[in-house]
Design a protein around this ligand. Structure first.
Ligand code: PLP
Ligand code: COI
Length: 337
């Protein structure tokens, strides 16, 4: 085990032992290789630098209560990576190879998995980009897929302490390419300005986006999906074509249904915001982060400075499954070794 201050980990880059790289050329992927350097050599005419042909994923490995390290739903990330790849005319990567790659890179960096009980995890970030030098707008024919791993703690400081959010007026973040449903580089670059405005002007760590077409319905946060508990105890989350299909949200919806909570995936009109009982952001990085207040123009909706009872139950159940304290009834965990 390496000597890190496990309880103080943030969500930030730090080098570890290795990363795992695959190259694609002449229509096929190579067998992959572990590297200890983080540098890559790119021709400056590489398609990714000009036209942003790049996608990525995010998933976590946890040290469980029995000391074993397990990965949470890697097959779901493999599927979403391939959906993103197809949309951006990039090659898909076989699902079994993806799961094996994740197991291999986690195994090689096993000493960096935060110990059970610290609340940390090993974050796995696969990133794929086009490397062919070209100047015309067309898809690359050569690609690299690199799996890096980073030990991480809470994304928003405070863990499950509620954070403030602010409605962004940059409605078109995901609209220009219609790429809301995929996880790609450009989407996040265009969310940087609304994120900066949320932080600097409204002192909110996170921006909430409305739908790009009507600006009337809740879409998602800049880092995560939106979910809420209504006054009658229903779990609601937006049905939208312009949000990322979150694996965490999908898992929480399943957990909620298992717990007997009514769940609804449906459009959520902004007029519903003031009446919601509990609100949260969810995603691999943010886990389930409750929202204390939403600033919407000159209005403020208040949900409270402590996590609400339904969200707490969902959080405890989800993290209980991830750390193998609770049974993995949906077979979400994959052993590393
Ligand atoms: N929405 C956005 C914009 C995200 O960046 C993320 C995280 O990647 C999510 C939602 C949550 O997705 P997941 O739960 O698969 O991490
Ligand atoms: C993730 O949750 O995996 C993400 O990629 C979100 C990002 C804001 C770090």
């Amino acid at each position: 085990m390496v000597n890190l201050d496990w309880d103080k980990l943030k969500f930030e880059y730090q080098p570890v032992k290795s990363n795992l790289r695959y190259n694609y050329s002449n229509g096929q992927w190579d067998e992959g290789k572990l590297y200890t350097t983080y540098d890559v050599t790119l021709n400056v005419a590489s398609n990714v630098l000009h036209y942003g042909q790049a996608i990525f994923e995010g998933l976590k490995a946890f040290q469980c209560v029995d000391g074993k390290v397990r990965i949470f739903r890697p097959q779901a990330n493999a599927k979403r990576l391939n959906a993103s790849a197809s949309r951006l005319l990039m090659p898909t990567f076989p699902e079994e190879m993806f799961v094996e790659a994740v197991r291999k890179v986690v195994a090689d960096n096993i000493e960096y998995v935060p110990p059970y009980g610290t609340g940390g995890a090993l974050y796995i970030r696969p990133v794929m980009y086009g490397t062919t030098p070209q100047i015309g707008v067309s898809p690359a024919s050569d690609f690299q897929l690199v799996f890096i791993v980073v030990p991480v703690g809470a994304y928003y400081k405070g863990g499950i302490k509620p954070v403030d959010a602010c409605v962004s007026t940059d409605f078109d973040r995901a609209a220009p390419l219609g790429t809301g449903m995929i996880k790609c580089a450009g989407n996040y670059a265009s969310s940087l300005l609304p994120g900066k405005i949320a932080k600097e002007k409204f002192h909110c760590p996170v921006a909430l986006f409305f739908d790009p077409k009507t600006h009337e319905y809740v879409d998602e946060f800049s880092t995560s999906n939106f979910l809420a508990i209504t006054a009658d105890g229903t779990y609601i989350t937006p049905a939208s074509q312009s949000i990322l299909p979150s694996i965490t949200n999908d898992s929480l919806l399943t957990v909620a249904a298992d717990l007997g909570i009514k769940v609804e995936r449906r459009p959520i009109h902004r007029s519903e915001l003031p009446g919601l009982a509990e609100v949260a952001a969810c995603g691999t990085a943010v886990v389930l982060t409750p929202v204390a207040r939403i600033f919407d123009g000159d209005q403020v909706y208040i949900y409270g400075d402590e996590i609400g009872p339904v969200l707490k139950k969902l959080y405890d159940t989800m993290t209980g499954i991830q750390s193998a304290q609770l049974p993995d009834t949906h077979n979400w965990l994959v052993d590393v070794l």
